[in-house]
Ligand binder design. Structure first.
Ligand code: MOS
Length: 776
C-alpha cells in the first residue's frame, strides 16, 4: 500500500533482564506495536491445540487415510545393487498381471548416461494395481538386467584415489536439496568435491599469538529422519487439473515442482495435507515416489496412492550426512580466541549438503578463521536437510573443543563462554540454565567412588532467525460471527494452526477456539514451508496484519451505531467497545450482524522485518538477530558396562516473542530427545561388501524412546526486538543442536575421557576407558 509510513515504539530486550523500547518505522497499513506477552490475553498463553480433539479421536486425516473412488496402489521396485548399469527392463509380464493398471520404468535403460543406479534402494520402476499385493506381485515379474559395477560406501575409503567413482565430473550434481543451496562450481577430484572455503583475518598470525592450542578430530554418523508417519502420496490426475495429497512440509513449493515437472499452470495444481507425523527436513519436496504416483495416475487414469515402507524410508528419503572434522583452536591464557581452523569431509551419499554449518564461524569472537569443507560422494542414498542441518554436526566438534580449551586454561566452561561469546541472549541463557541445574555443584571428573560416575556438562548453539517472504494469509469474518484463518501453510505437528488462531483471536478480542483454522491446501493463499524454523516468523505476522485490516473494516461498520469514531473502538473479551467508555459496546455477534455482506476478508503477506533484514537469499531472508540456545546435561556413566544414562537436561532457548509456551516446550522436548538419540543410539550401518543398509528398520536402527528420556526442563526467554507484527521466530531446529555436545561434555566431566566419535555406545565408552579394544 502507498499510505506512507508511521513511527512506532516497540518493547525491546530480554524480559528477565529488563525491557526497554525500540523505535521502528513501519508501513501505515501494518498493525500497531504488540505489547509484551504479560499484557496480552491469547498470544503467549498455552491455549488448547487447534486440532487436539481431532488428533486424539483419530479424526485427523493423514495422507494414508485419503481414499478416493477407484484409487489404485503403487509400489516401487528398487535397486539391490550399490552401483549397476541397467542394461534392460522388461515389463511385459508385469503388465499382464491381474489387477495391474500401469507399469512405469523410472530409469531409461536405453540412455547409457541415465541408466546408472548409484545406491541400494534407488528406484527402478513403479507399478499401480488394484491392491498392494497385486502391485508387489507385479514388481517381482519385472525383468531387470543389471550389470553390477564397483562401488564404495565408506567415507574414508571413498577419498582414496583408486576408490570406485560415484560420478564423472559432468554428471555430478551441482546443488543440494531444496532450501539449502550448496555452493556451486566447486572442483571435483575423484569423489571429493570442494573445498568450500571461508576465511577472515590471518590464520597463521592468529596461531602465532596463541598461548594454548587445542586440536582434535571428531566424527558424526549418518542419522535417518525416522518420521513416525511414512512418506505418503495420493495423486489424482484429471483432464482439468492435478490434485496431490502429500505428507509434505511445503505445499506451495511442491505445487511449483509439480507445475514445472508436468508443464501445468499453477492454478491447475492443488496440493493438500491435513495431518502430519513429522518431516524433520525429509518431506520438503515431491520426491521420486511422488513423481511416480503422478505419472502412474496419468497413465492409469485413476488416483494412485504410494506409501513407503520402513526400509524405503531408511534407504531413500534422505538422511543427516555423516562427517569427519578436524578442528584446531588457538587462545590466549585469558581465554580470548586467536584462531580457529576447521577442515571437514562429509558425505550425503550421492547428494550434496554434507557441510558442518556455521557454528565455528559465527558463535564466538575470533578475528582469524579458516574453514575448508568438502563433500564426499559414496554409493548411498542421498542425504537431505535434517533438523538444523550441518550445525548439529558442527556443534559436536566446536562445543567439545571449547570445553577442552576451558580445561586446559583451568577456566570454568561457562566463564570462558562469557568471555568469548558476544551474545547477550546466550549470556542470560547460561545464567538461567546454570541456576536451574545448580552448576556450582559440578565436580572434578571421577569424583564418585563407585563404578557409576556422574557429571554435568553444557553446550550452546546459533541458528539464523529465518523468514520466508512468499507467505500469505487470509482472515474472513462472516455475518453470523464465524471467523476463519486460511493459508497454504501446513501443520507438520508443531502447532502452527494454534498460533494462527491465537493471533487472530488476540486481534479480534475472541478466544483461540472461536477461530476456524483452514490450512494445508494450496487453494488458500500461499503459505511458507515448515523448514528452516521459519514458519512462525513468516506466517504469524501476516495473520495479524490480515486480522487487523478486517477489524478496521468492522469497526468502520459499527462506529455509527456506537456513536463513536472507528479509532475510538477496541475489540476485547468478545465485544467491540468504546475505548473511553467500555460499558458502551456491542457483542462481537451483534457487531458482525451489521455487515452489509455475508463475509468480509483481508489477505496479507509477510512484509520485510521492521528495521530490515541482514541477508536475503531468494525467497528467504535472515533477520538482524540470531537464535541462541544453551543446554545443560546431567549424566550417569556406568564404567563397568559403558552405558550412558542421561538423567536430566535443562534447555534454555529463545525464539523472539514466545507465542505458545506449551507448544514451544513440546518442540524443545523433541529436539532434546532427538539430540540424545543422535548422541547415544542412532547409526546407519552400510555393509561394505554389498552396499546394503544392515539396519533398514526400526529394530536394529535404534532410536530413543520414552524409556531413554531424561527429565527435560525447558526455559524459554522472552526476547523482544520489534522486527515484525508478532516479533516471533522459530524454535524447532535450535533446540536440536546443543544436546549431543552437552551430553559429551557431561560424560567427560563424569569419567575424565572425551568421546569424539558418535554415537557414544557402551562399547565406545568402554574403549575410551581402556577397558575394551577400540574399533577400527
Ligand atoms: Mo528442516 S531440516 O529445516 O525441516
Amino acid at each position: 500500500m502507498s499510505e506512507g509510513t508511521r513511527t512506532d515504539t516497540w518493547p525491546s530486550g530480554i524480559a528477565s533482564v529488563g525491557l526497554g523500547s525500540v523505535t521502528r518505522e513501519v508501513a501505515a497499513d501494518e498493525p500497531p506495536p504488540l505489547p509484551p506477552n504479560a499484557e496480552l490475553s491469547v498470544i503467549g498463553r498455552s491455549v488448547p491445540r487447534w486440532n487436539a480433539r481431532a488428533k486424539v479421536t483419530g479424526a485427523t486425516r493423514y495422507t494414508v487415510d485419503v481414499v478416493l473412488p477407484g484409487m489404485l496402489h503403487g509400489r516401487i521396485l528398487r535397486s539391490p545393487h550399490a552401483h549397476a548399469r541397467l542394461r534392460n527392463i522388461d515389463t511385459t509380464a508385469a503388465v499382464a498381471q491381474p489387477g495391474v493398471r500401469a507399469v512405469l520404468p523410472m530409469i531409461d535403460a536405453t540412455d547409457p548416461s541415465h541408466a546408472l543406479l548409484r545406491y541400494v534402494g534407488a528406484p527402478v520402476a513403479a507399478v499401480a494395481a488394484t491392491s498392494i499385493a497385486a502391485a508387489d506381485e507385479a514388481l517381482q515379474r519385472i525383468g531387470v538386467d543389471y550389470e553390477p559395477l564397483p562401488f564404495v560406501v565408506d567415507l574414508d575409503r571413498a577419498r582414496e584415489p583408486d576408490a570406485a567413482r560415484v560420478y564423472e565430473p559432468q554428471t555430478a550434481p551441482g546443488a543440494s536439496a531444496a532450501g539449502y543451496p550448496a555452493r556451486e562450481n566447486l572442483p571435483l577430484h575423484g569423489n571429493v568435491r570442494g573445498p568450500a572455503l571461508d576465511r577472515r583475518g590471518d590464520l597463521a598470525a592468529g596461531f602465532a599469538q596463541a598461548e594454548v592450542v587445542v586440536e582434535g578430530e571428531y566424527r558424526t554418523q549418518v542419522q535417518t529422519h525416522c518420521c513416525m508417519e511414512p512418506h505418503a502420496v495420493v495423486a489424482d490426475w484429471r483432464d482439468d487439473g492435478l490434485t496431490v495429497y502429500l505428507s509434505t512440509q511445503y505445499t506451495a513449493g511442491v505445487r511449483r515442482e509439480l507445475a514445472q515437472a508436468f508443464g501445468l499452470p499453477l492454478n491447475r495444481v492443488r496440493v493438500v495435507v491435513d495431518g502430519m507425523g513429522g518431516g524433520f527436513g525429509s518431506k520438503s519436496s515431491l520426491g521420486s515416489y511422488g513423481r511416480a504416483a503422478v505419472m502412474l495416475s496419468r497413465r492409469a487414469r485413476a488416483p494412485v496412492r504410494i506409501v513407503l515402507a520402513r526400509d524405503e524410508e531408511q534407504m531413500d528419503t534422505g538422511n543427516r550426512p555423516g562427517t569427519r572434522q578436524r578442528l584446531r583452536i588457538g587462545a590466549r591464557r585469558d581465554g580470548s580466541l586467536t584462531a580457529i581452523a576447521l577442515t571437514s569431509y562429509g558425505t550425503a551419499g550421492i547428494g550434496l549438503g554434507a557441510g558442518v554449518g556455521n557454528n565455528a564461524q559465527t558463535l564466538y569472537t575470533c578475528a582469524n578463521f579458516e574453514s575448508a569443507q568438502h563433500d564426499v560422494f559414496i554409493h548411498a542414498g542421498p542425504g537431505c536437510p535434517m533438523r538444523a542441518p550441518g550445525n548439529v554436526q558442527g556443534a559436536w566438534a566446536l562445543e567439545q573443543a571449547i570445553d577442552e580449551l576451558a580445561e586446559r586454561l583451568a577456566i570454568d566452561p561457562l566463564r570462558l563462554r562469557d568471555r568469548i561469546d558476544p551474545s547477550p541472549v546466550r549470556r542470560e541463557e547460561r545464567r538461567l540454565g546454570a541456576e536451574r541445574i545448580a552448576w556450582a555443584r559440578r565436580r572434578a571428573p571421577g569424583a564418585d567412588p563407585g563404578p557409576i560416575k556422574r557429571g554435568i556438562g553444557m553446550a550452546q548453539s546459533i541458528w539464523g532467525a529465518n523468514v520466508q517472504l512468499n507467505a500469505s494469509c487470509e482472515v474472513r469474518v462472516m455475518r453470523d460471527g464465524a471467523v476463519e484463518v486460511l493459508s497454504g501453510v501446513q501443520d507438520i505437528g508443531t502447532g502452527i494452526g494454534t498460533v494462527l488462531a491465537q493471533v487472530v483471536a488476540e486481534v479480534l478480542g475472541l478466544r483461540a477456539s472461536d477461530i476456524t483454522v483452514r490450512i494445508g491446501d494450496t487453494e488458500f493463499p500461499a503459505g511458507p514451508p515448515s523448514y528452516g524454523s521459519l514458519t512462525t516468523a513468516s506466517i504469524s505476522p501476516p495473520a495479524r496484519s490480515a486480522a487487523w485490516r478486517v477489524l478496521q473494516r468492522l469497526l468502520r461498520t459499527v462506529a455509527p451505531t456506537l456513536h463513536a469514531a472507528p479509532d475510538d473502538l477496541v475489540a476485547r473479551d468478545g465485544r467491540i467497545v468504546v475505548r473511553s467508555d467500555p460499558a458502551r459496546g456491542l457483542a462481537f455477534a451483534q457487531a458482525v450482524a451489521l455487515l452489509r455482506t455475508d463475509r468480509i476478508s483481508a489477505v496479507a503477506s509477510r512484509s520485510d522485518d521492521y528495521g530490515g533484514f541482514r541477508q536475503r537469499f531468494g525467497e528467504m531472508a535472515q533477520a538482524q538477530q540470531d537464535l541462541g540456545g544453551v543446554q545443560f546435561a546431567e549424566v550417569a556413566v556406568d564404567t563397568d558396562t559403558g552405558v550412558v544414562r542421561v538423567e536430566r537436561v535443562v534447555a534454555v532457548q529463545d525464539c523472539g516473542r514466545p507465542m505458545h509456551p506449551k507448544q514451544i516446550e513440546s518442540q524443545v522436548q523433541g529436539g532434546v530427545l532427538m539430540g540424545l538419540s543422535f548422541a547415544l543410539l542412532e547409526n546407519r550401518v552400510l555393509d561394505r561388501h554389498s552396499g546394503r543398509m544392515l539396519n533398514a528398520d526400526l529394530e536394529h536402527y535404534k532410536i530413543a524412546t520414552a524409556g531413554d528420556a531424561p527429565r527435560v526442563e525447558v526455559v524459554v526467554l522472552e526476547n523482544y526486538q520489534g522486527h515484525s507484527a508478532t516479533d516471533a521466530y522459530g524454535i524447532a531446529e535450535p533446540a536440536n543442536i546443543a544436546t549431543a555436545p552437552a551430553i559429551a561434555n557431561a560424560v567427560c566431566n563424569a569419567i575424565g575421557v572425551r568421546l569424539r566419535d558418535l554415537p557414544m555406545t557402551p562399547a565406545a565408552v568402554l574403549a575410551a576407558l581402556g577397558r575394551m579394544p577400540a574399533r577400527s
